[in-house]
Design a protein around this ligand. Structure first.
Ligand code: FEO
Length: 393
């Protein structure tokens, strides 16, 4: 993709991956993604901030050639994951005088992952400053967004925070800056849910650490640049807070209709109690949509039939994923059906060990649900209502 000007002597030279539809062989990307790489030209030195996924190196080299870049003094590495670091060996081959500037932990990972030799590195510490002449970079270590070595880079004179994965979105557009805030908010929330949510406590600390910086732009390495940083900073404050919403998420699978009927009944019972409900039939659900709803929901109800004495494998996958993502839900339970027996509830509950939830009443039905089963689901809806009220939702 063509070079785009961010500010005077600051350029976006990375790649737009319009048709990528899966990340890490796991995460759906309905809007593609970008691997942003930024060129900062100071009066004395030139820095490249992060590179790109090796698949898209042609873009960056074409931009460097068209911009007549004959020397790169520093390759700043905010994160060792290969969608940003994978291009470093090729850039070093073309610009052998470059130093790879990063923190100690990231250096070790780059040596392991990319076999970059030790003498290529310049190791920086938290809040260390690097002068490019009339432009100054300052580095802030922000571990666990979402790997242990992550950091961000602040360009003082232009008040730009280069945040790499942190605060990003899997969203691709020909426009450099955010225009459609609602669309980008939704993409950023999906990205947060899938990648950052397990680390929300770390993120709270990082937001606090960066709060006194004068940030006019946030330039992440995925998605567009925020020239209204408040949009994403306020969103992250909300998503990482302990506040939950009056919402119930119901991921479920039904094989012969019993669990589906229970989910339908419970959904209506919750709607009657003015609770927002999001049922997700896992056989047709984009798992990212489920992750988004897990960001705010106060309660998770998992619905499953019994398969070979346990949950349906698709439900087990969703429970495993929810446990990994560590949403801030306060309550959870299981509803479902069985033909002759099993330990489905115990098995699902055993998969949710990371969640700090109170387990509410479970509802298990033999065969197709009947009147007394619906009354039990009404009782569960009442229990959820009371629990939400106890949180002033
Ligand atoms: Fe975009 Fe963690 O890499």
């Amino acid at each position: 993709m063509a070079i785009q000007k961010v500010k005077q002597n600051v350029f976006s030279i990375g790649a737009k991956h319009w048709d990528r539809r899966l990340f890490d062989e796991l995460i759906p990307l309905p809007d593609g993604t970008t691997y942003n790489s930024y060129l900062v030209e100071g009066s004395d030195k030139t820095a490249l901030i992060d590179t790109v996924d090796p698949e898209t190196l042609d873009d960056i080299f074409e931009n460097l050639k068209n911009h007549n870049v004959t020397k790169i003094d520093y390759i700043i590495v905010n994160h060792a994951e290969q969608d940003h670091s994978g291009g470093i060996p090729a850039v070093l081959a073309k610009y052998p005088e470059s130093k790879v500037v990063t923190n100690e932990k990231c250096k070790k990972m780059l040596i392991d992952l990319l076999k970059i030799s030790d003498d290529k590195f310049m190791v920086i510490k938290d809040e260390e400053i690097l002068s490019l002449g009339d432009k100054t970079l300052q580095f802030y270590l922000t571990p666990w967004v979402h790997w242990p070595e992550t950091m961000v880079t602040y360009l003082k004179e232009d008040s730009i925070l280069f945040s790499c994965d942190f605060l990003g979105s899997h969203y691709v557009s020909s426009e450099l800056f955010v225009k459609d805030e609602a669309k980008v908010y939704a993409s950023a929330k999906r990205y947060f849910a899938e990648i950052m949510m397990p680390f929300r406590k770390n993120i709270t600390g990082h937001l606090e650490k960066l709060k006194d910086l004068n940030i006019e732009m946030i330039a992440p390495s995925h998605g567009q640049i925020y020239d209204n940083p408040k949009l994403i900073l306020d969103a992250y404050k909300d998503w990482t807070s302990d506040n939950v919403k009056n919402e119930v998420v119901i991921p479920y699978v039904s094989m012969h209709g019993s669990t589906k009927r229970m989910v339908e009944y419970l959904t209506n019972a919750l709607i009657k109690r003015n609770i927002i409900v999001k049922p997700f039939n896992l056989t047709v659900t984009d798992i990212g949509e489920l992750a988004i709803e897990l960001v705010d929901a106060a309660t998770i109800v998992i619905g499953s039939p019994t398969v070979l004495m346990g949950p349906h494998p698709s439900v087990a996958y969703a429970a495993f994923l929810a446990n990994m993502l560590k949403p801030k839900a306060k309550f959870a339970t299981v509803i479902g059906s069985y033909g002759w027996g099993g330990k489905m509830v115990e098995k699902i509950a055993g998969m949710l060990g990371n969640l700090k939830v109170e387990i509410l009443s479970t509802v298990m039905v033999k065969g197709f649900p009947e009147e007394n089963d619906f009354r039990t689901l009404d009782d569960l809806a009442d229990e959820i209502l009371e629990k939400h009220k106890s949180l002033n939702l």
